[in-house]
Design a protein around this ligand. Structure first.
Ligand code: ZN
Length: 312
């Protein structure tokens, strides 16, 4: 089946309705509350040309893109899904991340603190920080602890109010995974947050920022994860401005055949939504993120020169 046939068999309004998007006619188009970000007045539109666009968060595309985005599948898989029997429901919808995520139990939290206290002064703890190219103080600031069970370092993931909702794991080979609240939680240092907040991606970038002397910083779990939590946190801390770190995380878009910078796209999405003056930080040529640049010899002044204004 060609993509045109797929599109004509699956009218956009039908697929949107099946996904729970409530559409109302407006000026020849259909208007709805955006399924991709939380909002009180609708800025999401579906047009007669079978394309949608949100003027709040910038999400846009056709019915195939909608399935890709909401089911987190490739272009090919989305086409396969839409080529089957007419879709009566589209169950997995990435709604704005839930605002309330339950904290982990006190027992789990105190077990983690016990591990941290036992380990923080040891030589192997300092050696692990050194192996990652970051300071042992940065490890302590985020309460990093080695989990023998997972054979990996564990970093607490927190809600915007600081409560632990899960853990991010990283083994010594650099494999990463999460437990509980992993897609939405933030990694935070114990120190005070200042007037300017740095928002980076992943625990090791946060460790690198702390090592470089940037202590007013938190990490999101991934390029598109933790966006709502980061926004809530910035508001809660009353920060005046943010610096958003964009990893040079390039991936092939199977649909267009073009190389896309996922790290930059996630950072720009956060910048659009946060509602606080935002600047962008990008790694120097040849480095993919803050930690790689630090290992490559980047000092504080070089870090600061990586900041640029975001053109509207
Ligand atoms: Zn939106």
């Amino acid at each position: 089946m060609t993509t045109d046939e797929i599109k004509s068999r699956n009218p956009l309004p039908a697929i949107l309705s099946a996904a729970g998007v409530a559409l109302l006619p407006k000026n020849g188009a259909l208007q709805a509350l955006c399924p991709f970000h939380s909002e009180k007045s609708p800025s999401f539109y579906a047009y007669p040309n079978q394309r949608y666009k949100c003027y709040g968060c910038g999400e846009a595309g056709d019915v195939i893109a909608f399935i890709q985005r909401t089911r987190n599948v490739t272009f090919r898989a989305a086409c396969d899904l839409l080529s089957g029997a007419p879709m009566s429901d589209v169950p997995i919808l990435i709604k704005a991340e839930p605002k309330i995520v339950e904290p982990i139990s006190e027992a789990v939290e105190s077990h983690h603190m016990k591990l941290f206290r036992e380990q923080e002064g040891t030589e192997s703890y300092a050696a692990a920080a050194k192996a990652l190219g970051v300071s042992v103080e940065s490890f302590r600031a985020v309460l990093a602890a080695w989990s023998e069970k997972q054979r990996a370092w564990m970093f607490p993931l927190r809600r915007s109010d600081g409560k632990i909702i899960g853990f991010r794991f990283r083994d010594t080979r650099g494999n990463k995974w999460s437990m509980a609240g992993g897609h939405s939680g933030l990694i935070m240092p114990r120190n005070k947050i200042g007037e300017e907040l740095w928002l980076c991606e992943g625990p090791t970038d946060l460790l690198a920022l702390l090592t470089l002397g940037i202590t007013s910083a938190v990490a999101r779990p991934s390029a598109f994860g933790g966006i709502q939590m980061a926004i809530d946190f910035a508001k809660r801390m009353n920060v005046g401005r943010v610096v958003i770190c964009a990893d040079a995380d390039r991936k092939l878009n199977e649909k267009t055949g073009e190389i896309e910078n996922v790290g930059l796209a996630g950072a720009m999405k956060l910048a659009r939504l946060i509602g606080i003056p935002a600047r962008l930080w990008q790694p120097p040529e040849g480095s993919k993120d803050v930690r790689a640049a630090l290992i490559g010899g980047m000092a504080f002044d070089k870090l600061i020169s990586g900041i640029s204004e975001i053109s509207p």
